[in-house]
Design a protein. Structure first.
Length: 69
């Protein structure tokens, strides 16, 4: 009777350890998702800034190209 009780206890402990590890993975996935969201917003802002900065430059280059013709 001792061995079945030990097997049940070890099975329970194994499931408990897996549960704790699953919670840690879940927390890290949520943290990673927040970081990805923040990085995405930063990239979008940088792309918008680049586009705003490129418009005047492109129009100047267009005018320079017309002057040479």
């Amino acid at each position: 009777m001792l061995w079945p009780m030990i097997a049940v206890a070890l099975g329970f402990l194994g499931i408990a350890v897996l549960g704790v590890l699953a919670l840690r993975v879940f927390a890290e996935v949520r943290r990673l998702a927040r970081e990805v969201g923040t990085a995405t917003e930063r990239i979008q802002r940088a792309a918008q800034d680049l586009e705003r900065a490129a418009v005047p430059l492109a129009s100047r280059m267009h005018d320079v190209g017309r002057d040479r013709s």
